[in-house]
Design a protein around this ligand. Structure first.
Ligand code: FAD
Length: 388
């Protein structure tokens, strides 16, 4: 093999870019190989929500550690990540109130600024929202959204400034293994050697894992998002909202638009593909759901919709850490919620590669072996699957 690196990262989405950045910061000789272009997968389509509310404290902890990057992006990484603070509201049906309270208490224990507020307080914060079908919500005043493409590109640029090598339009065909350990990858241009391979290929990860002899159930999750122009009579300060009653989320997009996604109707299959078209039925469902929560938006103008694809696992949680042949590290299966945790996960994976285990944040429970061991993850105070 002509070329040798310490680590090859497969995939230049936000996760591969984050790991390359953290590895390069520590002086590792890193190569990032990307099938198409940076942020051309899930990352470039992501809605970019940055919030800490999960039903699993370990995920909240990853989001919280990452939040510190988002608000200090220029100093920590360089460039602009587009973080916009809007406040975040999580609305749940009355039957989930006990779980909401328990999850907020867990998050407060981590240090996250979050609280339970009454429906009347939600109305005060955001008068355009209908609040007659729930009693309480979780509220994070500091959360909002960021620009996933900028996040990915600035991480990759910083990695390259620190010495990492990036090659786009270079699909990895197989991970090569010899005597139980990875030795490199095969591409159309030849073989490249490395004793460590980070698999960060999103929805495309399954066949690459298989080439290294690892069977892992990572499917393609297809998710559509729509953009509407906010009606001019409605105050512009729309918060970021996840509304489990209407299986809906939305947030402002710049000064005049709102971005909307649905928790249901997300196709799951084995075909990641590159098709960015949305399902024709999506727009009708989106308008119906959105106007239940924001009745004024019946006046909103439709601007467009597109689809994206992320890797999803059977328990809808990421797979992270060593698994299979020595030197193979998984950072994939982000299951539609991986953008906001990418800074902390990249840090953790760099520690797995260089130090043998993550020590800054805990990713042990995301072990890819949990499915074979019959131990899928479940929320601490579960709301059930986010996606249907
Ligand atoms: C529409 C949509 C909305 C979302 N909204 C949110 C949100 O609001 N908040 C949130 O936290 N998360 C959200 N997510 C999830 C989040 O965007 C993803 O979890 C995250 O971007 C995944 O990053 P990744 O780097 O793992 O994967 P990707 O961004 O998919 O990157 C994988 C990369 O690997 C490359 N690749 C594939 N095969 C190969 C190969 N053989 N060789 C080389 N390269 C290869 C691909 O081209 C791709 O660039 C959303 C996702 C989608 C699709």
């Amino acid at each position: 093999m002509a070329e040798t690196f310490d680590v090859i990262v497969i995939g230049a989405g936000v996760h591969g870019a984050s790991t390359a950045f953290h590895l390069a910061e520590r002086g590792a000789k890193v190569l990032v190989l990307e099938r198409a272009a940076a942020a051309s997968g899930a990352t470039g389509r992501s809605s970019g929500l940055v919030r800490m509310h999960y039903d699993l404290a370990a995920e909240s902890a990853l989001a919280w550690r990452s939040y510190d990057y988002f608000i200090n992006w220029e100093a920590r990484v360089g460039g602009d990540c587009g973080f916009t603070r809007t406040g975040f509201v999580r609305i749940v049906p009355p039957r989930q109130e006990a779980n909401l309270k328990a999850n907020v208490a867990d998050q407060q224990a981590i240090g996250i600024r979050t609280s339970i507020i009454a429906a009347a307080d939600v109305k005060q914060l955001a008068p355009m929202l209908a609040t007659d079908d729930f009693n309480i919500a979780a509220y994070e005043p500091d959360s909002g959204y960021a620009d996933p493409t900028s996040v990915c590109n600035t991480l990759l640029a910083a990695a390259r400034r620190l010495g990492a090598t990036y090659r786009g339009s270079t699909p990895v065909e197989a991970v090569e293994v010899n005597r139980g350990r990875v030795v490199g990858v095969r591409t159309a241009n030849g073989r490249i050697a490395a004793p460590n391979i980070v698999l960060a290929a999103g929805a495309w990860s399954g066949p690459l894992a298989k080439s290294a002899g690892v069977e892992i159930d990572i499917k393609a999750w297809h998710h559509d998002t729509g953009f509407i122009s906010r009606p001019s009579q409605t105050p512009t300060s729309l918060p970021t909202v996840i509304d489990d009653i209407n299986e809906l989320y939305f947030r402002p997009e710049g000064p005049g638009l709102a971005l909307v996604g649905l928790e249901d109707g997300n196709r799951i299959d084995d075909r990641p593909g590159d098709d960015a078209r949305s399902d024709p039925a999506f727009v009708e469902h989106m308008v119906d759901r959105l106007t239940r929560r924001v009745p004024d938006y019946v006046q909103a103008g439709f601007q467009g919709a597109h689809g994206g694809t992320d890797g999803i696992t059977p328990d809808q949680r990421a797979v992270m850490g060593r698994h299979g042949p020595d030197g193979l590290v998984f950072q994939t299966g982000m299951s539609g919620t991986g953008f906001k945790i990418a800074p902390a996960v990249g840090l953790a994976i760099s520690e797995v590669v260089l130090d043998g285990a993550a020590h800054s944040v805990d990713i042990a429970m995301f072990d890819p072996g949990r499915f074979a061991a019959g131990k899928p993850l479940r929320g601490d105070h579960p709301y059930g699957d986010l996606w249907r």
